[in-house]
Design a binder for this molecule. Sequence first.
Ligand code: C5P
Length: 282
Amino acid sequence: MIYETAPAKINLTLDTLYKRDDGYHEVEMIMTTVDLNDRLSFEKREDGEIVIDVEHNFVPSDHRNLAYKAAKLMKDKYNIKDGVTISLEKSIPISAGLAGGSSDAAATFRGLNKLWGINDSLEALSDLSAEIGSDISFCIYGKTALCRGRGEQLTHLPKPPSAWVIIAKPDIGVSTPEIYGALTLEKTSKVLTKECQQALIDGDYERLCKSLGNSLESVTMGLYPEVEKLKNTMTNTGVDAALMSGSGPTVYGFVQKERQAKQVYNALKGCCKDVFIVRLLG
Ligand code: C5P
């Protein structure tokens, strides 16, 4: 049996540059990971089948699950005869902007690389994974990175200075294609990815807080006003910075003291079901 953890990601920045001929958006974004983890285990099957064992009302256990797609791609690419039972324990909220599904898929690439004795490099897995989703390449490493292209071209960066992160998701799910579909590039606000990169290199917490930005934030807020309301509530608790992650609807905030994190948590617990206090993993 092989075990893997699949951490959630947050966007420190997300800048949409232009729409490409293949329908994707060229992006420039800095992502990092937090210690909010799904847990996966992998057990070999002699019958060659891929079986996903998951108890969650909104997570499919068939070919629609990204972990299934990852296993199928590995099996075909490396010509593997064995099958696998993948047990998936979800903690990361779904359709949240936290890359839960992508992180599960990345953990599947890493887990099967061991279980099936493939032993390919993380770089090769990262390249392969881009065939089934833009954020999986980042999740293969789970380390702070500047991500370009449609998200799959990585330049690793120093991990952020230590902070407590409060993560809150309104009780709605948001579809990434819906948000990208509603994006008007001319209306997006300026995102300070270079500034954020420098803050990470310098280990400068205050500068990092000032450089957070996401050009999808106003799009999601336009469609789902509860996201703006949540961000305002979080900002009013006195967090050092707050931002929506990915295409949303999750909003996160940074503070430096555990006591402050608990205060923010208590203030938000009344307005959404999913609230977590986590640490940056980076
Ligand atoms: O790659 P992934 O399957 O996660 O992307 C889901 C959808 O999000 C794409 O089909 C596309 O509509 C949108 N997307 C985009 N530009 C990106 C990443 C995703 O337009 N860089």
